[in-house]
Design a protein around this ligand. Structure first.
Ligand SMILES: Nc1nc2c(ncn2[C@@H]2O[C@H](COP(=O)(O)OP(=O)(O)OP(=O)(O)O)[C@@H](O)[C@H]2O)c(=O)[nH]1
Ligand SMILES: [Mg+2]
Length: 252
């Protein structure tokens, strides 16, 4: 891909201590950064804007909602990069993340914290367990081995649009990976460095956050598996030339 327009999407909820550093550390490597201020009650929006990001306000909390709203605001782009706003992702890894897309080898690249190195305490035991389980289920259902659901990732615009992303909250990352597999996209992982976040942990370090994230992530995988099964059954019915009624309409 020659000279692509790269837009960076950063969901952020109460990240005033980190978001300025995140934006300034990466803004020169992309063609624009969009921070989705997800109902913050602190100065996240102001700090992000001062650092050079475009800010979109998304009042209802939800990781997926924030990402989707920011993508809508991104304007023209060829590649989307997603990164957390708590300074846990390392901008030095961006070239490595983009390389397989730029060379035409991949449609989507996930930054794997498991293949890379994590600072002490950056990736909790609960996160590692949840990611391993989710990746195992993806392999079981769709036959592809991911090692992580890392938030630092890149995808071509065309591929992103094919995924019709829906997950409003924590299911966002796994939904993107599962739907990429279902659409037959070329998926890669590259090792990334994961740092301890700036500011107070909201998800992985809290019992409520871990349970909620786990339920949404695993629930998303089973929902996607059920949808796959449903469409396979429909195909079988079609191939057999049966005529069945669905929602009151006849499928020839
Ligand atoms: N918790 C939370 N984070 C959100 C939300 N919307 C956007 N975010 C941002 O999404 C990114 C990931 O959330 P984190 O709180 O870092 O989640 P995590 O990395 O699993 O866990 P911790 O870093 O330990 O809190 C951060 O940039 C958040 O600010 C939301 O509704 N809730
Ligand atoms: Mg975090």
């Amino acid at each position: 891909m020659a000279d692509p327009v790269i837009k960076l999407i950063i969901p952020a909820r109460n990240e005033e201590g980190a978001i300025g550093k995140v934006v300034t550390s990466v803004i020169n490597q992309v063609d624009g950064a969009i921070v989705a201020d997800n109902g913050s009650t602190d100065e996240t929006a102001k700090v992000a804007s001062n650092a050079g990001a475009k800010v979109v306000s998304v009042p209802i909390p939800g990781y997926g909602r924030a990402c989707q709203a920011a993508v809508k605001m991104a304007g023209h782009h060829d590649i989307l990069v997603f990164m957390d706003g708590d300074a846990s992702d390392d901008p030095a890894d961006l070239p490595r993340l983009l390389q397989p897309i730029l060379s035409g080898e991949a449609d989507m690249v996930i930054g794997s914290r498991i293949l890379g190195d994590c600072d002490p305490g950056a990736l909790t035991v609960q996160q590692r367990f949840g990611n391993t389980l989710a990746c195992w289920l993806m392999h079981l259902f769709w036959g592809h081995r991911f090692t992580d659901l890392g938030p630092f990732r890149a995808i071509t615009r065309e591929s992103y649009e094919r995924l019709n992303m829906q997950a409003p909250t924590y299911g966002w990352t796994v939904e993107m990976q599962v739907r990429a597999l279902k659409k037959g996209l070329s998926c890669r992982e590259v090792p990334v460095h994961y740092r301890a976040r700036i500011g107070v942990s909201k998800i992985s370090g809290t019992i409520r956050g871990v349970i909620l994230a786990g339920v949404y992530i695993i629930g998303t995988i089973f929902r996607e598996a059920a949808l796959s099964l449903q469409s396979q059954l429909r195909n079988v019915v079609r191939v057999k030339g049966c005529s069945v009624l669905q929602n009151g309409e006849k499928i020839p």
